[in-house]
Design a protein around this ligand. Structure first.
Ligand code: GLU
Length: 540
């Protein structure tokens, strides 16, 4: 795609002024995947020149997020490399050198205009027809003697690029937007070095890309308007202009730029919400790039083989959280059981710390799904959910097999890791139960459904000594009740589901029952019978 025969070197150049946001993460992914696909080098460069907003904490967050996503860099912080240092604040000497070169070639000149003068001129021009067209080049043609004298007198000055007036349009190739052309007369003599000695973004970034032998600049299209200016700097430095690829924005479903309003926006937030890094990476890769317009599952390793700049979309892309959830579910189901169990651990641990009150015996969820003390005598609300989670956590290490058996019960309907605790906690409630009031109303108290009868009949089946505690057998025996009781299967089995699992949307019922202690199951059913039907069923 480029005439250059240079080995492919790309860079991701975040400014550590915040977390790693989705847009930047996608830029990182494209650079990384392109480098891998081309057997090139992926450089990470930290553009920390904004002293007010750049922090070490943000650097750490960015590196952590990239490591979590598996976006390993070949050169950069922590790993070093032959073109370092990889922090812009440590590269000032190279900018000084580049500026000296421009001065030597009469491609840069000092400007002594004060900020006040420039501001006043701009304000005046904005009032006039045609508006402000950039710096009026007052200092461009000062005589050599005057320049020498004013510099010798240490008069405050900036250094500006001497844009060649006979240049013709500025042209460059963009892998996404095609051949680009900008008229030269809108390019003003931009500042390269400020009065305080610091260098501007446009200058520093070009110096770095030149000195780091970058061949392809892949970045957000918010930088597109900077590019013609940067091309002029490359030319002034006598350096080869890289091939550019400006990435269209990622928008929210409402057509607005992604922001907090749209939910999570940083990579770490997605990690904390239970997404797998490979799924997030796959999802982001497809926000603006496609393999063939159809394939949706492209794991990172494959992306590294098939990624190409040609298939980056010109149109902005839309962030669809439902698609991400779906994709995460696909990746979750691909995880080997043991890895899944490991991945579940921190979520259970977190849930156990978070905790919530659960009554001893029976309690209810409130509208939001948190458990609530009930006014019933059974409910002595001094236990916590934590107990259930702690037990689950202990079970992971003590009884891996149990978790392998839980896995198929929930994996089909699981989209995110953070859903695991809520989906499995009922298995660890022991002789207690937490009831969902909606399920009580809709199932147990359903008019004419004879839920009390159904529940009692199922309990009697479960209590039979002659039946092994196995899902298929218990299920068959319970189903057989439908005919003699003249009851629809749904009316027969839903009450049992609510009485054992607490709600009507739990994972497969009999498989769950088979994983639980029979005595706990009986106790739960009786608690519900007493509470909801007020029946004092005789002990079996
Ligand atoms: N540091 C710039 C940013 O974070 C990127 C500059 C570039 O890629 O050229 O937006």
């Amino acid at each position: 795609m480029t005439d250059s025969q240079r080995p492919v070197r790309v860079r991701f150049a975040p400014s550590p002024t915040g977390k790693l946001h989705l847009g930047s993460a996608r830029t990182a992914i494209y650079n990384w995947a392109f480098a891998r696909a081309q057997n090139g080098t992926f450089v990470l460069r930290i553009e920390d020149t904004d002293p007010e907003r750049s922090t070490q904490e943000n650097v750490d967050i960015i590196l952590r997020a990239m490591n979590w996503m598996g976006l390993t860099w070949d050169e950069g912080p922590e790993v070093g490399g032959p073109y370092g240092p990889y922090f812009q604040t440590q590269r000032t000497a190279t900018y000084e050198e580049a500026l000296a070169l421009l001065i030597e070639h009469d491609a840069a000149y000092p400007c002594f205009c004060s900020k006040e003068t420039l501001d006043a001129k701009r304000a005046q021009a904005e009032k006039e027809e045609g508006g402000y067209a950039g710096y009026d080049r007052t200092c461009r043609d000062l005589s050599a003697d005057e320049v020498a004298a004013r510099l010798a007198a240490n008069e405050p000055h900036t250094w500006r690029l001497k844009v060649p007036l006979d240049h013709g349009p500025v042209r460059f190739t963009d892998a996404v937007y095609g051949e680009m052309e900008f008229p030269i007369d809108v390019m003003d003599d931009m500042i390269l070095q400020r009065t305080d000695g610091t260098f501007t973004y446009n200058f520093a970034v070009v110096c770095d890309d030149v000195n780091m032998a970058i061949t392809h600049v892949i970045r957000g299209d918010d930088h597109l308007s900077n590019t013609p200016r940067q091309v002029l700097i490359y030319e002034a430095l006598g350096a080869e202009v890289p091939l550019f690829a400006h990435l269209p924005m990622i928008l929210g479903e409402d057509g607005h730029k992604l922001s907090k309003r749209h939910g999570a926006t940083s990579v770490e937030q997605f990690r904390d919400e239970g997404y797998l890094s490979d799924a997030l990476l796959n999802f982001l890769a497809l926000l603006g790039w496609s393999l063939d317009g159809e394939t949706t599952i492209i794991p990172p390793a494959e992306l590294c083989e098939v990624f190409s700049l040609e298939r980056i979309n010109k149109k902005h892309s839309v962030f669809d959280p439902k698609k991400l959830d779906w994709m995460n579910g696909v990746y979750l189901r691909e995880l080997p059981v043991q890895e899944w169990v490991e991945a579940a651990k921190p979520w259970l641990a977190e849930a156990s710390v978070r905790g919530a009150n659960v009554a001893d015996g029976l309690s209810y969820l409130d509208e939001e799904g948190a458990s609530q003390d009930t006014p019933l005598p059974l409910a002595e609300a001094d236990e916590t959910w934590s107990a259930a989670y702690e037990e689950a956590l202990a079970a992971i290490d003590e009884d891996r097999e149990l978790f392998s058996e839980i896995y198929p019960l929930i994996i089909e309907r699981l989209n995110r890791l953070d859903e695991i605790p809520a989906k499995i906690e009922y298995l660890f409630w022991g002789p207690n139960i937490v009831l969902d009031p909606k399920s009580v109303k809709k199932v147990l108290l359903k008019e004419g459904a004879r839920a009390d009868e159904a529940l009692q009949a199922c309990l009697e089946v479960l209590e039979r000594d002659d039946l092994p505690w196995e899902a298929a057998i218990l299920e068959e025996e319970c189903r057989n009740l439908a005919e003699p009781l003249d009851m629809k299967l749904k009316n027969l089995l839903q009450p049992l589901r609510v009485a054992v699992c607490g709600n009507m949307v739990s994972p497969p019922l009999f498989e769950s029952i088979a994983l639980m202690d029979p005595e706990d199951v009986y106790t739960r059913i009786r608690l519900v019978q007493d509470e909801v039907f007020g029946t004092d069923t005789p002990e079996a």
